[in-house]
Design a protein around this ligand. Structure first.
Ligand SMILES: Nc1ncnc2c1ncn2[C@@H]1O[C@H](COP(=O)(O)OP(=O)(O)OP(=O)(O)O)[C@@H](O)[C@H]1O
Length: 222
């Protein structure tokens, strides 16, 4: 699904945020990405989203070198990727329903189909009964689940998350990770950047460890 081939990323002049990255993630895998602050986790995810291009090497996704995509193809490429952020980036003047429907509205999906898909996504994250609520009326964990519903409403084949439990207490963090596991069980490839070492060690998935932009360990659960 994802292959990094000798990938390096420099910002500006000489600073190397990522270097010599070589790894593959197979379709249907669930992988954690960890490392200290500044190790390059977000940069790596931004390369997969094609928000950045590598300075060296190739990032292959579903068999394509994504640096070669024409600008007009990039929106279609991104639609197969669901993204969850730490601060969930919800629109606070829109209901839960409308936050989740936004990606479908942008694509021009007709309203009845949109409503069906939004409710299916909200159902999966356990928030169907909150569709009319505004984000401020929800707890932090519920807000993050709205962010996840929005990320999966397009049924992406790849789900990326950048510190999705960063602001949550341990129980809510475990609940959110269980939700990612549910999506992984139905075939979605999942990659999660997290520095919550205790939590990710318990979950027993593959862990890629970055240190100063290099891959220093690739640990598979036994
Ligand atoms: N757009 C940018 N321009 C210049 N430097 C950048 C840019 N984005 C990231 N960096 C630098 O690249 C390095 C890696 O940053 P990155 O955000 O990928 O790390 P991270 O592991 O996600 O850290 P954190 O957990 O703090 O978000 C850092 O030194 C950062 O300052």
């Amino acid at each position: 699904m994802i292959a990094f081939e000798h990938v390096g990323k420099r910002y500006g002049g000489r600073f190397e945020a990522l270097a010599h990255l070589d790894f593959r993630v197979e379709r249907g895998e669930m992988v954690f990405l960890t490392g200290h602050s500044g190790a390059g986790k977000s940069s790596l995810l931004r390369l997969i989203m094609r928000l950045e291009k590598p300075s060296r090497g190739r990032v292959m996704v579903a068999g394509h070198d994504i640096a070669q995509l024409h600008a007009s193809q990039v929106p279609f490429y991104r639609r197969q990727i669901g993204v969850v952020f730490q601060d969930h980036q919800l629109l606070f003047d829109r209901s839960v329903f409308h936050n989740v429907s936004l990606p479908l509205e942008i694509q021009g999906i007709e309203p009845r189909e949109t409503a069906r898909r939004v409710r299916a996504a909200l159902d999966k994250v356990g928030l169907l009964h909150r569709e009319k609520a505004l984000p401020v009326e929800l707890s932090g964990g519920e807000q993050q689940r709205v962010g996840i519903a929005r990320a999966v409403v397009n049924k992406p084949s790849l789900l990326l998350a950048d510190e999705p439990t960063g602001n949550l207490d341990p129980q809510l963090s475990a609940d959110i990770m269980a939700l990612f596991e549910d999506f992984n069980h139905i075939g979605t490839t999942v990659m999660i950047a997290s520095h919550d070492l205790a939590l990710i060690a318990r979950l027993r998935h593959r862990i890629l460890r970055l240190r100063e932009g290099r891959l220093v360990a690739d640990e598979r659960a036994v």
